[in-house]
Design a protein around this ligand. Structure first.
Ligand SMILES: CC(=O)SCCNC(=O)CCNC(=O)[C@H](O)C(C)(C)COP(=O)(O)OP(=O)(O)OC[C@H]1O[C@@H](n2cnc3c(N)ncnc32)[C@H](O)[C@@H]1OP(=O)(O)O
Length: 427
C-alpha cells in the first residue's frame, strides 16, 4: 500500500527537520519534558533512515503528519548467529491524521527498504501491544520485572568474595567504553549458546542514548550511579547502573533502588553485584525490569517468589524474508519439515517452505510443493524465531494448524533455544 494522493514521504535531514520531528513526537507521545529542553537533549534518531510524512495541502507549513525510522543493526543476535536487522523506531502519526492508513503505508515502505538492504528480520519495541501483530510482528522477547526486598538471601557462589567492587557517579567519558564492551560481550554468553535478541549498542546514536543521563529525564531523582566489579587483574567482570529514590514512611527509611541495567560475565560477578544492590543503606527494595525471563537472579534468590516476578512482551520480531531468516539462524536439533506460511503483506514469504536442519544445527530452506506438516502466519514464525516462544505452545493456542503432530513436536524442539531471549533495554 502506497501513500494516498494527500500525503508524500520524504527523507528527513538532521539540519532542518529535528524540530519538526520532535514536535510530532510530542504530539504522539504526551511528555513531561518542556519542548525547549527536549530540543537540547540527545536523541537516538537514525538519520539517513528517518522518514517523514507530509500532507500535500500543508505546503506552507513544515509540520509532519507522520514519521518512522529504522536502526541499521548488523549484529542482531538470533539463535546461533548475528544477523542484519532493520529495527523500527520513532513511529508516530499526528493525532489529526491518525487512522487514515499512514502507519500501514510507512510499514510497507519499511518492509521494502529492509528487503533492499538485505535485512531478513525487523524488530521493534511496541508502545502498545495491540498495534503490530497485524503487520506480521510476533512478540518474541518477553521481559521480567522484579521487586526484590532488601537483604533477600542469595545462594552462595564461589569466587564472589575475590572480586572487587567500585562505585561511581556515572560518567560516560570515564566508564562508557568499558560498560559498552561488557554489554556487547554478554550477548555471546553462555559460551557456545549466546543470548538471542540481546540488542547491543551497535550504532553511535544508540550508544549515545544509552550513555545519557540528562537531569530532565531523571524525574527529580539523583544522577545515575555505576557499580563495577573487577577480578584480581583489574578486568571488569560486570556492572550495574542504578539510582536511588528516597522514601520515608514516618521515620522509617524505605528508599528504592531503581536498576537501569545489570550485566555480568560470570556467576561470581552476578552474585556480588546483587549482594551490593540488595544491601544499600536507607533502602527497602530493588526495582528491576527489562530482565530476560530466565535471568540468573531468579535462580540465585533463595525465595524468588518474594521478588514478585511479572512478565510481559518487550520486543517484537517480523520475518521480512522468510527463507533467508530461517536459514540465518541455528536450530537445537536436526529436522526435516515442510512449513506452510501465510503472509498478507509480503507475498514472497507466503507458500510452502522445506526446512532441513543438519546435525550442526544449520538449515537449508527451499520452496516445496508437498503438503505442509504445519501452517502458520508469519507473525507466529516471528514470535518463535528467537527460541523462547514455543511453536507447540502457539499450536495449543490455536495459532498453528498442525497437520502432523509428530513433525510439529520435532520442529518445536528444533526451534527452541537453551536460554531465553535477551530483554535488556528499549530502543
Ligand atoms: C516501534 C515504535 O516506535 S512504537 C511507537 C508507536 N507510536 C505511538 O504509539 C504513538 C501514538 N500513536 C500513533 O502515533 C498512531 O496512533 C499509530 C502510529 C500507533 C497508528 O498510526 P495510524 O496512522 O493511525 O495507523 P493506521 O491508520 O495506518 O492504522 C493501521 C491499523 O492499525 C490499527 N491501529 C493503529 N493504532 C493502533 C493502536 N494503538 N492499537 C490498536 N490498533 C491500532 C488501526 O485500527 C488499523 O487497523 P486496520 O488495518 O485493521 O483497520
Amino acid at each position: 500500500m502506497s501513500f494516498s494522493e494527500n500525503y508524500s514521504l520524504t527523507l528527513l535531514d538532521p539540519e532542518n527537520r529535528l524540530e519538526d520531528a520532535l514536535r510530532l513526537d510530542a504530539w504522539a507521545f504526551p511528555m513531561e519534558i518542556p519542548f525547549d529542553d527536549l530540543l537540547r537533549l540527545q536523541h537516538a534518531i537514525p538519520w539517513g533512515r528517518f522518514w517523514g510524512v507530509e500532507a500535500r495541502d500543508s505546503s506552507a507549513s513544515s509540520e509532519l503528519s507522520g514519521m518512522y525510522g529504522a536502526h541499521t543493526l548488523r549484529a542482531f543476535p538470533v539463535p546461533g548467529a548475528e544477523v542484519a536487522c532493520g529495527w523500527l523506531t520513532w513511529v508516530a502519526v499526528h493525532p489529526a491524521h491518525r487512522r487514515r492508513g499512514l502507519l500501514r503505508s510507512m510499514m510497507m515502505h519499511h518492509f521494502n527498504d529492509c528487503r533492499e538492504r538485505g535485512e531478513a528480520v525487523s524488530g521493534l519495541a511496541a508502545a502498545e501491544a495491540g498495534i503490530y501483530g497485524r503487520f506480521g510482528y510476533g512478540a518474541a522477547t518477553p521481559q521480567m520485572s522484579l521487586t526484590v526486598p532488601r537483604g533477600a538471601a542469595l545462594r552462595v557462589v564461589a569466587g564472589s568474595e575475590a572480586l572487587t567492587p567500585e562505585m561511581h557517579i556515572w560518567d560516560p567519558a570515564l566508564h562508557g567504553d568499558e560498560i559498552a564492551r561488557l554489554h556487547r560481550d554478554v550477548a555471546r554468553l553462555p559460551e557456545g549458546i549466546g543470548r538471542p535478541g540481546w540488542v547491543t549498542w551497535e550504532t553511535p546514536e544508540l550508544r549515545e542514548s544509552c550513555d545519557e543521563d540528562a537531569p530532565v529525564r531523571r524525574h527529580g531523582l539523583e544522577a545515575l550511579r555505576v557499580l563495577i566489579v573487577r577480578d584480581a587483574s583489574g578486568a571488569a567482570r560486570g556492572y550495574a547502573r542504578f539510582r536511588r529514590k528516597p522514601v520515608w514512611d514516618r521515620d522509617n527509611a524505605e528508599g528504592v533502588v531503581i536498576l537501569r541495567d545489570i550485566v555480568a560475565l560470570d556467576p561470581a560477578a552476578t552474585h556480588l553485584l546483587w549482594s551490593i544492590l540488595l544491601d544499600l543503606d536507607l533502602t527497602s527494595r530493588v526495582d528491576a525490569s527489562l530482565l530476560p525471563i530466565d535471568d540468573p537472579i531468579l535462580s540465585l534468590l533463595v525465595d524468588a517468589r518474594a521478588a514478585k516476578p511479572v512478565t510481559h512482551d518487550l520486543h517484537w520480531l517480523r520475518l521480512i524474508d522468510v527463507p533467508r531468516a530461517l536459514a540465518e539462524r541455528r536450530y537445537a536439533a536436526p529436522l526435516d519439515v515442510v512449513v506452510g506460511v501465510r503472509d498478507e503483506l509480503i507475498p514472497e514469504n507466503a507458500g510452502l517452505w522445506r526446512v532441513r536442519v543438519n546435525t550442526e544445527g544449520a538449515a537449508e530452506v527451499t520452496p516445496s510443493d508437498v503438503d505442509p506438516d504445519f501452517t502458520l502466519d508469519v507473525r507466529e514464525l516471528g514470535a518463535a524465531h528467537l527460541g523462547t516462544v514455543s511453536l507447540a505452545a502457539l499450536a495449543q493456542a490455536g495459532l498453528v494448524e498442525v497437520h502432523r503432530p509428530a513433525a510439529l513436536a520435532r520442529a518445536a524442539t528444533a526451534w527452541s533455544w537453551p536460554v531465553a531471549a535477551g530483554a535488556n533495554w528499549i530502543l
